[in-house]
Write a protein that binds this ligand. Structure first.
Ligand code: ZN
Length: 441
């Protein structure tokens, strides 16, 4: 597949050109927010920031952060810059508690959004010739329509099957010769399993490219998905969220060494999520994004709560834009152990490669003296290994070495009887942090 670049002018410019453009756009955005959104006007006034005070890109640090709570508090339209009659679309993100967050787009916003997705889709390998089935649910969720318009923009043939109805999805895939799929990683895997059960040979499918997103995907799961479809099926990751248009903020190219950010539209920073301090280039922390070109619902320094790091070395694909590493986890789930950031997802992806253990594990954090300790409790699938000391010790050591090499800190591994760890019906509670409760014992 070719390494076509959708917009070489914007995706391959020099760092200094890009930074000049970002600064110009940032100043215009601050001025726009100040004049058109009461919420921002007050915030900027309190912080004593005006557009002419922004002399360099690092002056962005004086602008206050915006959070999801700000959007909820101003529900539904309190942060919009224009009356709704000037908007051409609304979307909303599902709110599990309280108000959902509502986002609005001007005509210009939709055009920019389609441009951003067109770049991401092209980087992944989609072309004018692609036949793309979109298996995301259409509706208030931005995933489906976001990909839809970006893929139409590059001239691909879009098949908006939406979510569900697996038999029909598979029939269209065979009959239309669908070669590109937009889906969640888990649904893409489920489709492959269903295809095999249906009895049509997998060779009857022409799937070559997956633009998978909207949920996490470990490298191991990606490999499993690619193998289950076979035939050179290639999976790429892309990233975005409704507050920042939707998908299209960043996406992997064929090199798959991080997600290229559309930096002329999105100015990214990485901060320490507890102190709010901006971190040095290359550090791991929470991604904060200023949407330089968004107008209906402008966003200044939006805290994504996603943990990642940025890379600036040139990429073999020819794009010069910075890349963000695949999201490592949510700031809410992050554990700090002896000064090192640890995510349950990192441990999960280490455990998945061991066949002797099941999907259930627990992380126990303690403080002994002045040092934090991490115990990883893992459930065995077959309890008989507990009878053989040699096997047990060998397995324990392999798991230990694997996790230690990923995290870079010392840990202990305990193997426990099958079905002995607590089961959860909702979101699993993997972490038991005893550092504060045991402190005075
Ligand atoms: Zn690249």
């Amino acid at each position: 597949m070719s390494q076509t670049i959708w917009n070489p002018e914007m995706e391959c410019m020099s760092r200094s050109q890009l930074e000049t453009l970002q600064l110009e756009r940032l100043r215009a955005l601050v001025d726009y927010c100040d004049r058109n959104v009461e919420f921002y006007h007050k915030r900027l006034l309190e912080a004593k920031v005006t557009a002419d005070k922004i002399k360099t890109l690092s002056d962005i640090q004086y602008i206050p952060y915006t959070t999801k709570a700000d959007l909820r508090d101003t529900y539904p339209f309190g942060m919009f810059s224009v009356p709704t009659k000037q908007l051409v679309r609304l979307h909303a993100s599902s709110g599990t508690t309280g108000n959902p967050t509502v986002v609005g787009y001007t005509r210009e916003d939709l055009d920019n959004w389609a441009e951003q997705v067109a770049r991401v889709a092209t980087a992944a390998g989609a072309t004018q010739e692609s036949m793309v089935q979109i298996c995301f649910g259409y509706g208030m969720f931005t995933g489906a329509l976001g990909l839809h318009y970006g893929l139409e923009k590059i001239g691909a043939t879009v098949v908006p099957t939406s979510a569900g109805n697996t038999q029909k999805q598979l029939k269209f895939m065979r009959d239309f010769g669908t070669d590109t799929i937009v889906a969640t990683p888990s649904y893409c895997l489920y489709l492959a399993e269903s295809a095999k059960e249906e009895g049509h040979p997998i060779e009857n499918y022409r799937l070559k490219l997956g633009l998978l997103g909207s949920e996490g995907c470990t490298p191991e799961m990606r490999q499993e998905i690619e193998q289950s479809w076979g035939n050179g099926f290639f999976v790429t990751d892309n990233y975005g969220m409704s507050e920042l248009n939707g998908p299209g903020l960043s996406g992997e190219c064929r090199e798959r060494n991080g997600l290229h950010i559309n930096e002329d539209h999105f100015l990214c920073e990485v901060i320490d999520s507890s102190s709010g301090e901006v971190l040095e280039k290359g550090s791991t922390g929470e991604l904060v994004v200023t949407a330089l070109t968004k107008r209906g619902l402008p966003m200044l320094r939006y805290r994504t709560k996603d943990i990642t790091y940025l890379e600036y070395q040139p990429c073999a694909c020819g794009r010069t834009t910075a890349r963000m590493h695949k999201v490592l986890g949510r700031s809410d789930d992050m554990l700090k152990i002896r000064g090192v950031n640890v995510f349950p997802s990192q441990i999960e992806s280490a455990l998945i490669s061991f066949q002797e253990i099941g999907p259930h594990y627990q992380l126990v954090v303690r403080r002994e003296g002045y040092a934090d300790t991490l115990e990883v409790k893992v459930e065995l699938i077959d309890g008989s290994v507990l009878q053989t000391y040699g096997d047990l010790e060998g397995l324990q050591k392999r798991i230990h070495d694997q996790i230690r090499s990923i995290l870079g800190i010392e840990i202990t591994v305990s193997l426990v009887e099958p079905k002995s760890l607590e089961r959860f019906t909702g979101k699993a509670q993997r972490v038991v942090d005893l550092r504060n409760t045991e402190k005075h014992n």
